[in-house]
Design a protein. Structure first.
Length: 252
């Protein structure tokens, strides 16, 4: 068994001349949930979007150091980005279903990667929707436009779309930030269930949410990793005064 699935080693990141991350060292164990907390603009989203390299779609970027995915340097020359993004799924703050049916949203990735038999696709779609705790709500609506689902259902559909291509890692950038409390609870319950099979890194502004769903928490400030600790320890007896000031609401 791999002891670390995602490993940042002295990782720094620039958008043009702006340095967003400074010398980050962070290990993420398999089948765990790590929450990234910190004030707005501190680099949280960049930290996770570096793992599947979608951050570089936004601007000219430069990196230093390494991110290892199961021991492989994902910034090494010749890395297959399509394969990387299949292995590392991404769920964004705002649900972004494709303007097509529920079925076609989930089947989209498997089709790209060669699953073409109808029966094969149907099995993948059903299993992915079940894993995303959405199947009972949409089993009779598979041919309905995904845009007709509620916001919470759309977000779980986006999670199902990620799961359909069998990633090992799920990145979640404030996945419940735009949802109502009931939908948020469903997303949190789902994350807790999914960690039995997937490695999950989640950005959240909600420290109560971090406490509920994560085993470890990392506090980021101005692009620097201030503290990483077991979540319970961080929220009850943080090692760093800056962490204590942030979680008690003195800034941020």
């Amino acid at each position: 068994m791999v002891a670390t699935v995602v490993k940042y080693e002295g990782f720094s990141f620039w958008y043009g001349d702006f340095q967003a991350l400074y010398d980050v060292d962070l290990d993420v164990a398999p089948r765990s949930v790590v929450a990234i907390i910190g004030p707005s603009g501190c680099g949280k989203s960049t930290l996770i979007k570096s793992v599947n390299r979608i951050a570089e779609l936004e601007a000219k970027v430069r990196v230093d150091g390494k991110i290892l995915l199961e021991g492989e340097d994902i910034y090494a020359p010749g890395v297959d980005l399509v394969s990387l993004r299949r292995r590392v799924g991404m769920v964004f703050q705002k649900p972004n279903p494709f303007p097509m049916s529920v079925f076609d949203n989930v089947a989209y990735g498997p089709k790209l990667f060669g699953v073409t038999r109808r029966g094969g696709l149907e099995a993948v779609v059903e299993e992915s929707l079940k894993r995303a705790a959405l199947w009972p709500e949409v089993r009779d609506r598979l041919r309905t436009s995904a845009l007709r689902l509620s916001g919470g259902q759309q977000q779980r559909l986006c999670i199902a779309r990620c799961l359909a291509v069998e990633p090992g890692v799920l990145l979640m950038d404030e996945p419940a930030a735009s949802l109502d409390p009931t939908s948020t609870q469903k997303i949190e319950d789902l994350i807790i269930e999914l960690k039995g099979k997937y490695t999950i890194i989640i950005v959240t502004h909600n420290m109560q949410q971090a406490a509920r769903i994560s085993g470890r928490t990392a506090f980021l400030l101005d692009g620097r990793l201030v503290e990483v600790n077991d979540t319970e320890a961080m929220f009850t007896r943080p090692d760093n005064k800056l962490t204590e000031d942030y979680i008690t609401g003195r800034f941020g």
